[in-house]
Design a protein around this ligand. Structure first.
Ligand code: MF3
Ligand code: CO
Length: 256
C-alpha cells in the first residue's frame, strides 16, 4: 500500500482523535507520582480513552495486553503495566498511548521525570522532546521523509545521546501502522517526497548510552543493552501546505 493522503473529512476525525489523546496524556501526567503502579496508569488511561468515546488502539494489538505502554528508566518502549511495579522518586517514565476515534487513529508518547531526577535524565527527556520539534521543522511539502530523520538524529547526537535504530515511526490513519516507516536516523536515500494530507507518527526514542537494545522474555519490553536510561516523545502530525500541524498536542498542554 502506498502512503495515503487524507481527505478533509478524514483530517477532521484525526484532529478530534489527536485532541482526545493529548488530553489523555495531560491527565495521566497529573497522576504520575511515587507509589502508584504502572498498572494504575494503564487503568486510568483506558478509562479516560473510553470515556472520551474512543477505543484504546494498543490493547490486544498483536497480543499486547494493555492500553498504555509504560516504560521506566532503561525500558525504551512497550513496557507492560503490572501491579507489582511501583513508580519511584528519580524514575523517568515513558507513556505511549493510542486511540481510535470513529475509525481513525492517533498515537503519542511523553516521558516524565518523577520528583527529583538526575541532571542527565532531565537533559535526556528535554533533548528527546526537542529532537521531535527539530525533526518536524523539516516536515514541509517538497522536502523528503528522511530530512525529518536526519534532523532528529543530528540534534540528539549533538548531546552525546544515541538514537534507537531497531524501532521507527510510521504513517497512521485508519490503521495504527501505515506506510511509510520513519526512522529517527538518516538511512540511505532521501525517502518519499512529503505531500499535504499525509499523516505521520514521528517518535524519537533516545538512549543516554548506546543505541543497542534487547527485548525481554515477555516478548514486548524493549530495554537498553547497557542499562542506560531511555526517553520517548511522539506526536501524530499532518503535512499541510506550510508548517506541519501537530494533531496530538493541545495548546494548553502541560506535559510538553
Ligand atoms: N506507539 C507504538 C508504536 O507505534 C506502540 C504500539 S505497540 C503496541 O509502535 F503493541 F503497544 F500497541
Ligand atoms: Co507510534
Amino acid at each position: 500500500m502506498a502512503i495515503t493522503i487524507k481527505s478533509e473529512r478524514e483530517i477532521s476525525l484525526m484532529r478530534e482523535a489527536g485532541k482526545i489523546l493529548a488530553d489523555v496524556h495531560n491527565k495521566l501526567a497529573e497522576i504520575i507520582a511515587p507509589g502508584i503502579t504502572t498498572l494504575d496508569i494503564d487503568r486510568k488511561g483506558e478509562e479516560l480513552i473510553r470515556k472520551a468515546g474512543c477505543v484504546p488502539s494498543f490493547l490486544n494489538y498483536e497480543g499486547y495486553p494493555a492500553s498504555i505502554c509504560v516504560s521506566v528508566n532503561d525500558e525504551v518502549v512497550h513496557g507492560i503495566p503490572t501491579d507489582s511495579r511501583k513508580i519511584e522518586e528519580g524514575d523517568i517514565v515513558s507513556l505511549d498511548a493510542g486511540v481510535i476515534y470513529e475509525g481513525y487513529h492517533s498515537d503519542a508518547a511523553r516521558t516524565h521525570g518523577v520528583g527529583k531526577i538526575s541532571k542527565e535524565a532531565e537533559q535526556l527527556i528535554a533533548v528527546t522532546k526537542q529532537s521531535f520539534f527539530e525533526g518536524i521543522k523539516m516536515a514541509v511539502p517538497g522536502n523528503h521523509l528522511h530530512d525529518i530523520s536526519a534532523a532528529i538524529q543530528k540534534y540528539a547526537e549533538s548531546y552525546g545521546f544515541s538514537i534507537v535504530r531497531d524501532l521507527v515511526g510510521h504513517g497512521i490513519g485508519t490503521k495504527l501502522h501505515e506506510e511509510p516507516q520513519i526512522p529517527n536516523f538518516k538511512p540511505v536515500g532521501r525517502g518519499p517526497k512529503l505531500r499535504p494530507g499525509m499523516t505521520l507518527a514521528v517518535e524519537p526514542m533516545v538512549n543516554a548510552g548506546d543505541w543497542k537494545i534487547w527485548i525481554l522474555e515477555d516478548d514486548w519490553t524493549v530495554v537498553t543493552r547497557d542499562g542506560s536510561n531511555s526517553a520517548h516523545y511522539e506526536n501524530t502530525i499532518l503535512i499541510t501546505e506550510g508548517e506541519p500541524e501537530i494533531l496530538s498536542l493541545n495548546e494548553t498542554d502541560i506535559s510538553v
